[in-house]
Design a binder for this molecule. Structure first.
Ligand code: RB5
Length: 353
């Protein structure tokens, strides 16, 4: 097979190679990558042979949007926040596979690794090819990854269909994080440190009115002690304030991915929960005991907790907050289905359909 050397402006040729079950090489923000279409078993086999890679070692998927990840993975609230904060970027996340995927390349897999690069040319390629690609580093398995097109040609010429001329980014491969369990784990160290990722996944937005000020202060002190990063949206003392003024910005910060979790409080917790639930993507649970704190995480993947300062004592509120934050979502199919139905309602209401 002849390996064509192409320029970036020859994207149509690259697309043609991909559609004809080809293996293409291009520079990424880290090292040179080799890509094939996820839907092409012929191309996947060709890639595996070119790299001399074990057949049972799965490839990561190259995606350009959250929607593409959602179509293949079963994401929790925490996972979506990680995606919002770190993708595109030089982090590869391993997520649980969407159990509905029962055929094709990932039929037997329990997890899938996803990468979303910053490079505009690659994003355009993904948009034009209109399906996720499998992406791996350009090298013979076990050798260092190539960073220039010359190196790719030297090692992979005649084994792949084309290579885009150029030079890859920093040469440091992406950090790989296993996010398929409650605790995140580093699989491969890279440019982004685990500490930075943990810092952004353990952030809590706090907000209250005068009806729960001591509760908010006590929860804040305990969370700081436990290592959480807290953003305090007020109120800053016991003087009367309107709960929407503090709760809305806190809920918005969770919806936008600036904070992973939110805890909002007022006298009964009702006003705070109503306010938070007006914000897109928020599932706020008003909780009065430890049992429902755990259940709402397991069943609803709630991302904001509401508490009532006049109905729950300070000590109980702190305990509920701790339990809620440390309880995982069950990931059960029936709960995912129900949460998706709630999301559909939210979308319909927004567009007025
Ligand atoms: C404030 O007095 C009170 O209305 C508020 O804290 C809350 O209970 C509203 O739902």
């Amino acid at each position: 097979m002849e390996t064509r050397i192409l320029r970036q402006n020859q994207m149509n040729d690259v697309l043609q190679d991909l559609h004809l079950d080809g293996v293409v090489a291009f520079p990424t923000d880290t090292v040179y990558g080799l890509a094939v279409k996820l839907s092409s078993p012929t191309a996947i086999l060709k890639l595996t042979q070119a790299k001399n890679r074990p057949l049972d070692k799965p490839y990561p998927v190259l995606v350009s949007s959250l929607e593409q990840i959602e179509s293949l993975a079963q994401l929790t609230h925490r996972d979506r926040q990680l995606i919002k904060q770190w993708m595109p970027g030089s982090v590869t996340f391993v997520f649980k596979k969407n159990p509905q995927i029962q055929s094709g390349y990932f039929a037997e897999s329990e997890t899938i690794a996803f990468r979303c690069p910053t490079d505009i040319w690659i994003k355009e390629l993904l948009d034009k090819v209109m399906e996720p690609l499998l992406l791996t580093s350009a090298n013979i398995s076990g050798d260092p990854a190539c960073v220039t097109s010359d190196e790719v040609i030297k090692h992979l010429s005649r084994k792949i269909d084309c290579v885009i001329e150029g030079h890859a980014g920093g040469g440091i491969p992406s950090t790989i994080i296993d996010a398929s369990h409650l605790d995140l784990q580093v699989i491969r160290k890279g440019e982004v440190s685990m500490n930075d990722i943990l810092k952004t996944s353990n952030t809590v937005a706090l907000a209250c009115d005068h009806g729960a000020y001591p509760h908010k202060e006590a929860i804040k002190a305990r969370l700081l002690e436990l290592g959480y990063i807290v953003e305090d949206f007020g109120t800053k003392d016991g003087a009367a304030v309107d709960y929407p003024d503090t709760v809305y910005p806190a809920a918005k910060s969770v919806s936008e991915g600036k904070n992973t979790w939110g805890i909002v409080l007022c006298g009964t917790g009702i006003g705070a929960s109503i306010t938070a639930n007006k914000v897109k993507g928020i599932r706020c649970a008003l909780v009065f005991d430890q049992e429902t704190a755990r259940i709402t995480r397991e069943h609803n993947d709630s991302n904001i907790l509401a508490l009532g300062g006049r109905l729950t004592d300070v000590q109980t509120a702190v305990k509920i907050a701790e339990i809620w934050l440390s309880s995982p979502f069950s990931n059960d199919e029936r709960h995912i289905r129900r949460i998706n139905k709630v999301k559909d309602i939210e979308n319909k209401e927004k567009t007025g359909e």
